[in-house]
Write a protein that binds this ligand. Structure first.
Ligand code: THU
Length: 132
């Protein structure tokens, strides 16, 4: 299927508005695309116990998975930083497990047209899995 990276990045930018980040003030949005054409957004949620914070990518993934969505073909991530936010290691692991074949689009919120493109496999080669 033809993936509209621009549309997915825009969805991530929209999802970013839901960020709950009172500590870092760093708003991140993510949007997943399924092979059925559905888009599921998520944003980072922070805790006063900082380590409990959940990144936008994982919020989007958990929302999607618990709504029964699967077969993710792409994920977009947007934040206000140069070149856009690269997914952290924890998110790469979860993406490798639940969206192993997905493309990854990254963009800065003030320059949504400049989209960096990766794949989950490129971002986390030789990922750990229990189920082969
Ligand atoms: N964050 C994400 O949402 N995604 C990432 O891939 C990296 C970091 C969030 C977590 C925290 O709320 C804020 O960015 C600052 O680290």
């Amino acid at each position: 299927m033809k993936i509209n990276s621009k549309k997915l990045v825009q969805a991530a930018a929209q999802a970013r508005l839901g960020s709950v980040s009172p500590y870092s003030k760093f708003k991140v949005g993510a949007a997943l695309l399924t092979n059925a054409g559905e888009i599921i957004g998520g944003a980072n949620v922070e805790s006063a116990s900082y380590g409990l914070t959940c990144c936008a990518e994982r919020v989007a993934l958990f929302k999607a998975l618990t709504d029964g969505k699967k077969n993710f073909v792409a994920v977009a991530v947007v934040a206000r930083c140069d070149g856009g936010p690269m997914p952290c290691g924890a998110c790469r692991q979860l993406l490798a497990e639940y969206a192993p074949d997905a493309k990854v689009f990254v963009a800065a919120s003030d320059d949504l047209k400049k989209i960096k493109k990766f794949t989950v496999k490129k971002l986390l080669p030789a990922a750990f899995t229990l189920v082969p």
